[in-house]
Design a protein around this ligand. Structure first.
Ligand code: SF4
Length: 374
C-alpha cells in the first residue's frame, strides 16, 4: 500500500521531491492543489511538472479516507465514522456553535490510558493514527460537508478530543498540527486548534520545546490525588505534583490561559472538599475551568449530578474568581459514545445510501457522550 500524501509536511514533501531530483518548487504547488483547491487527482494539477505528477502518482496515494457513516443530531452536531486504509475506523464530530464549526478529531484507534469514565478505554489501544489519518479526518469531513451541505459549511476549529491520547502519538500529532497551521496547508490560526491531554507528563514537558503553540486543555477531573487516580489511572504515575510541575514550565503568551476539563460525577468529585482543593490548585488568572456533567451509559460506574448540584459547583468556582463554564452536551440523540459507537457499527450495516444513517433506537437511546471527556 502506498503511503498517503497527507502524511507529509510541506518541508518533508519539498525534501522528498528535491532528493528524488524532481522540482522542489512542486511542493508549494501540490500543497495549493490539495489544501486550497481541494483537487486530489494529480492529473489535474495543471501547473505541476509532468515528471513531478508522475512521481507522486507512483509513490503516494492522494485518496481521502472514506466516511462510512454519519449521523445528524437535532442540535446540528454531526458524527462521522471515518475508515482508515487498513479498515480500522475512528470517529470525528463536527460541532456547530455560534460562528464556529469545530471538528473533534481522534488521534488513536482506541486508547491506552484507561480512564474509568470512558468507553474508548474499554477498547484498549489498537494503534496510533498516522499523520495523514489525522489530517485525513479533517479533509474527508470537510469534503463531505462541501458535497452534502454546501460550500458555506466550513470547518473553522479543531480539537484533539476524540478517541485516543494525542500526546501518546506525539510525532504524528505534531506533524498534523504543522499541516493544519502551515500557510500553504490549511492555514488555521493557532487559537483555532486545541490539544487536550490526560496529563502525559514527559510529553507535556516536550510541548514547550518543539510542538507548535496551540491552545492546551488538561483533563483534570479532580484536584485530589486519590479521586483523580480512581478516575484516571495515569495519575498513579504522573500525579498532581508532577503534572503541575510540568504545566508550570509551559510559557503562556499574554492573555492566554490553560483550560482544565472537569467531569462532574455525582458524589465523586462534586463536594465542597473538591471545590476547595480545585481553587487551591489552580491559579484563577491562568486557568479556565470547563465543567462537563457526566452522562451515564449502561454499565458506567458514575452518575450525573443533579442540575442543582452542577449549578452549585459552577457558582462556587465563579465566587472564587474563576472563569468557569459548563460544556453543553451535544449530539446526545445520535449514536455518539466512543468505543461503543465503533464496535456497534462493526456488527451492523448502518449506512443506507438513499435514506442516510439508520439509527438503532436501542443503542441511540443509551448513548450520551459525544466525545471523550479526557
Ligand atoms: S478519556 Fe481520553 S485519555 Fe482517557 S481513556 Fe478515554 S480517550 Fe483515553
Amino acid at each position: 500500500m502506498k503511503p498517503s500524501i497527507f502524511d507529509l509536511s510541506h518541508d518533508e514533501l519539498k525534501k522528498i521531491l528535491t532528493d528524488n531530483k524532481v522540482s522542489g518548487f512542486g511542493a508549494t504547488q501540490i500543497f495549493d492543489w490539495l489544501y486550497k483547491k481541494w483537487e486530489f487527482n494529480p492529473e489535474n494539477w495543471s501547473n505541476v511538472a509532468k515528471k513531478t505528477r508522475e512521481f507522486i502518482q507512483e509513490q503516494y496515494s492522494t485518496e481521502l479516507n472514506k466516511i462510512v457513516w454519519n449521523g445528524l443530531s437535532k442540535d446540528g452536531t454531526r458524527k462521522f465514522l471515518v475508515k482508515m486504509y487498513d479498515g480500522q475506523t475512528v470517529e470525528a464530530v463536527a460541532i456547530p456553535a455560534r460562528d464556529r464549526l469545530t471538528l473533534c478529531v481522534s488521534s488513536q484507534v482506541g486508547c491506552a490510558v484507561g480512564c474509568t469514565f470512558c468507553h474508548t478505554a474499554t477498547q484498549g489501544l489498537k494503534r496510533h493514527l498516522k499523520t495523514g489519518e489525522v489530517v485525513g479526518q479533517y479533509m474527508s469531513v470537510q469534503q463531505w460537508l462541501f458535497d452534502n451541505v454546501g460550500p458555506e459549511e466550513k470547518l473553522t476549529n479543531i480539537v484533539y478530543m476524540g478517541q485516543g491520547e494525542p500526546l501518546h502519538n506525539y510525532e504524528n500529532m505534531k506533524r498534523a498540527t504543522e499541516i493544519f497551521l502551515h500557510e500553504r496547508g490549511l492555514g488555521l490560526g493557532q487559537r483555532r486548534i486545541t490539544l487536550s491531554t490526560s496529563g502525559l507528563v514527559p510529553a507535556i514537558e516536550k510541548l514547550a520545546l518543539d510542538f507548535p503553540p496551540v491552545n492546551l486543555a488538561i483533563s483534570l477531573h479532580s484536584a485530589r490525588n486519590d479521586v483523580r487516580t480512581e478516575m484516571m489511572p495515569i495519575n498513579k504515575v504522573y500525579d498532581l505534583d508532577r503534572l503541575f510541575a510540568a504545566i508550570k514550565k509551559i510559557p503562556l503568551k499574554a492573555h492566554r490561559r490553560i483550560t482544565y476539563e472537569y467531569l462532574l460525577a455525582d458524589g465523586v468529585n462534586d463536594t465542597m472538599e473538591d471545590v476547595v482543593a480545585l481553587a487551591e490548585l489552580l491559579n484563577s488568572k491562568e486557568s479556565k475551568i470547563n465543567l462537563i456533567p457526566f452522562n451515564e451509559f449502561p454499565g458506567s460506574k458514575y452518575k450525573r449530578p443533579s442540575e442543582q448540584k452542577i449549578m452549585w459547583f459552577l457558582d462556587q468556582m465563579i465566587k472564587r474568581g474563576f472563569t468557569c463554564t459548563i460544556r453543553t452536551t451535544k449530539g446526545s440523540d445520535i449514536l455518539a459514545a466512543c468505543g461503543q459507537l465503533k464496535s456497534e457499527y462493526d456488527k451492523v450495516n448502518l449506512w443506507n445510501k438513499d435514506e442516510g444513517p439508520v439509527v438503532i433506537p436501542s443503542i441511540a437511546n443509551n448513548v450520551v457522550q459525544n466525545q471523550t471527556t479526557r
